[in-house]
Structure formats: structure tokens, C-alpha cells
Design a protein around this ligand. Structure first.
Ligand code: PLP
Length: 400
């Protein structure tokens, strides 16, 4: 892979004025005086190879339905290059509209109505919502105090989930949203061993996988011993900011291939042709852009630590190992169970509210690091103002 020196940091490419012209959720949910660091969109331009493939398709009027194995082949290539993993077999993949659609389709394969899906809170709120919407029960196996998978909690949850001979699944966020925890091979091996023992099927949501930061290494769940009957759901949407260009891949382990083939064709109705083209180009041709992004995120996670230590020492921060989402413990800041409400109202900075992440969410917020250092400084200034620590706060963002 190319080094980041060849590509400028995409997090520094766009001015705030230009970003405010965007019409996506991040920029249009709150009034223009609110600085948005909430939903998982990044303040970056598209990688040039992605923009090119889209522009060419539009020029050709090539805007029909998606077809072919190009996306899966690109993922297989990327997995070999980045993760030294040869386990993506194209005939064990299915293209779906997005990661959550893939998760739902797999949960329908391996569980029935009323069965349990184990979650590891605090975790991405749609996990709770989609599981409930599919008529499955959520059983919680909370992360431990260090934000890591807790084998004891998982075993207790598995036991409860399969009671009465019911089918059950574990929906894993790997890397973990919101803590940025990158699960290690021993941790994942322990999960696989427990899942086998209790007959629980594992679905690993690996949408943040390309975003693992220096110091950690991504371990594909399907590469773990004992995980041969599991599923992974992946997409280029988070790492290259393509959420508006719908496409994702379900990957089945060798023992789950037959089940994946039973997925009804309706499950693959949603992916957009432009999405498939964009995701494929990102995986194949935007590795140097990704490296530059990772360099910028690495710097931002350090900068955030410094800013918080200086201006908001009561806020607990553990540097994320992967992704661009950080989980801030504001329980000592005196802002109640939902500090995001106070940060929004008084500080005019939009962060993601903690309680919807489930157990361990109260008193927390999630902050999105995928922005410029100037915006990050301004966000901390606004947060400090919210808790009445205005003096000595860093200077504002430049919008030019
Ligand atoms: C863990 C996790 N899964 C899924 C998604 C959503 O992905 P998609 O838009 O492809 O459904 C996100 C988005 O932030 C996420 O963080």
C-alpha cells in the first residue's frame, strides 16, 4: 500500500463554509449556528478515483441496476492487501443495500421471531432498534470497565439467550462503535469458542474495519478459529464516506455458505449501481487516500486528548484504537444523564446522545473526530463553555 506522504490529509481539505453547503444529515439536522460532530459522516472530499467513476457513470447515463461480482472481488483483494487475509470467497458473498440491511437479513437466517440477539452495550443505537423491529429480543452482554468484550457477561447472556432450546445470535460491532475498541484475536477466539459451546451464531458488523489506527491491527472475525459458521457484514461506506451511495456485502464463513444461498433475492434489491461502482473504486484505488485519512485521525485523537486534558479535565477520554468515533464519559461534568442535550442547547455543538447506546450510555456522549483540527478545537471550546470553563479555552475555528 502507498504511504500517506503521497496524499494530503483529506480532513484538512475543506473549509467550514464549504461543508455548510452540504445537504446531508450531519449538516442539515441542526440550525447553522450548531457545529455538528455527531452522525458518522466525515468532513472530507471524495477520493479522486471514486469521484471519477461516478462522474463517468453519470456522463454515460450508466444509472441502471447493479450487477456482477466486482464489489466482492475488490473486497477480497483489499482483505488480502490490508489484513493479509485470504478468506473472502466471492461465492460466499451477497450484495445488499447497506450494512444494517445485511445484518437484518442474516439475523432472519439464523434466528426466528422471539429469539434473542445478544448485543454488547454501549453499542450503536440502530442495533437495538433493528433487532426490536425484527421481533427479536435484545439480551445485553455489557462491555467491561475498559470498554472491552467481557467473556463472563457474554457467557451469561448466551446462557439466557438459548434457554428453552431457542436459536440465538450475537451481533458484534468490530471495531466497536462507540468506544473505538479493536477486538484482539484472543478476545475474538474466546467469543467464537463460547458461541460454539452455546450454539449462538455470530454476525460481525465490520463496517469500521478499514479505519483501524496505528497501534492496533484489525482481525477479521471470519479469520478466527471456530468462526467458520459466522457471518460478516462490511462496506466501504464509513472509511470512504459513501453512506449516501448504498452498497454493502454480506460474507459467509465456509459453514454458513448454504444458509447465505437461501437468502431470498429480495434481500439484494436495494444496492445502488452507483454505490457498487463507488465502493468498488474505493477499495481498489483509494488506499493512499485512506492512509492519509488514518494519519489525520491519528493526529486528531491525540489532539482531542490534549484539548480535553487542558480544558475539560473532568471528561473521561480513552483514545480510540479504530474508527473516528470517540466515547466521552461526562458523568463528572454535572450535565446529567444526557450531556449531549446541554452541549447542544448551551454550547451549540451537536454530539451523539449516550443513553440510546444502552447500558453504560447514561452520562456519555459520542464525538466524531473526522473533521479538521480547527473544528475539533472549536468543538472543545464550545463544550468547555457548556460546563462553565470558558477561560483559557482554545480559539475558534477558521471557516475560510
Ligand atoms: C457499527 C455500524 N454499523 C452500521 C452502520 C451503518 O451502516 P450502513 O449505513 O451501511 O447501514 C454504522 C454507521 O455509522 C455503524 O457505525
Amino acid at each position: 500500500m502507498s504511504s500517506s506522504h503521497e496524499h494530503p490529509d483529506p480532513l484538512r481539505a475543506l473549509s467550514l463554509d464549504r461543508l455548510r453547503r452540504r445537504t446531508s444529515a450531519k449538516w442539515r439536522t441542526y440550525p447553522p449556528d450548531v457545529l455538528p460532530l455527531w452522525v458518522a459522516e466525515m468532513d472530507v472530499p471524495l477520493p479522486e478515483p471514486v469521484a471519477r467513476v461516478l462522474t463517468e457513470a453519470v456522463a454515460l447515463g450508466d444509472t441502471g441496476y447493479a450487477t456482477g461480482a466486482g464489489y466482492a472481488e475488490a473486497l477480497a483483494w483489499f482483505a488480502r492487501e490490508r489484513w493479509q487475509w485470504d478468506g473472502v470467497a466471492v461465492d460466499r458473498t451477497a450484495v445488499v443495500a447497506d450494512v444494517m440491511r445485511g445484518v437484518v437479513e442474516v439475523l432472519r437466517l439464523v434466528t426466528g421471531p422471539g429469539d434473542a440477539v445478544v448485543l454488547t452495550p454501549p453499542v450503536y443505537p440502530p442495533f437495538h432498534a433493528f433487532v426490536a423491529h425484527e421481533g427479536r429480543r435484545v439480551v445485553a452482554a455489557p462491555l467491561d470497565g475498559a470498554g472491552r468484550l467481557d467473556a463472563g457477561a457474554l457467557e451469561a447472556a448466551f446462557r439466557e439467550a438459548v434457554a428453552g432450546g431457542r436459536r440465538a445470535a450475537l451481533l458484534l460491532s468490530s471495531p466497536h462503535n462507540p468506544t473505538g475498541t479493536v477486538h484482539t484475536r484472543p478476545e475474538l477466539t474466546a467469543v467464537a469458542e463460547l458461541a460454539r459451546r452455546y450454539g449462538v451464531r455470530v454476525v460481525a458488523d465490520e463496517v469500521h474495519a478499514p479505519l483501524v489506527l496505528p497501534g492496533a491491527g484489525f482481525v477479521p472475525y471470519l479469520s478466527v478459529q471456530g468462526a467458520e459458521d459466522a457471518f460478516s457484514v462490511v462496506s466501504a461506506s464509513k472509511a470512504w464516506n459513501l453512506a449516501g451511495l448504498k452498497a454493502a456485502l454480506v460474507v459467509a464463513g465456509p459453514e454458513a455458505a448454504g444458509e447465505l444461498r437461501r437468502t431470498p433475492s429480495e434481500a439484494s434489491h436495494g444496492p445502488s449501481h452507483l454505490g457498487v461502482l463507488a465502493h468498488t473504486a474505493a477499495l481498489r484505488h483509494a488506499g493512499d487516500w485512506l492512509d492519509a485519512l488514518l494519519g489525520g485521525l491519528d493526529a486528531n485523537r491525540r489532539l482531542l486528548g490534549d484539548l480535553l486534558a487542558r480544558h475539560l479535565p473532568e471528561v473521561g477520554y480513552r483514545r480510540p484504537e479504530g474508527g473516528y468515533l470517540v466515547w466521552l464519559d461526562c458523568r463528572a461534568a454535572g450535565l446529567g444523564d444526557d450531556p449531549a442535550a446541554a452541549f447542544l442547547e448551551r454550547g451549540r455543538v451537536a454530539l451523539t446522545s449516550g443513553p440510546p447506546f444502552g447500558a453504560g450510555g447514561a452520562g456519555h456522549v459520542r464525538l466524531n473526530l473526522a473533521t479538521s483540527p480547527d473544528v475539533l478545537r472549536e468543538a472543545v471550546r464550545r463544550m468547555a463553555r457548556t460546563v462553565g470553563r470558558e477561560r483559557g479555552a482554545p480559539s475558534g475555528a477558521q471557516s475560510g
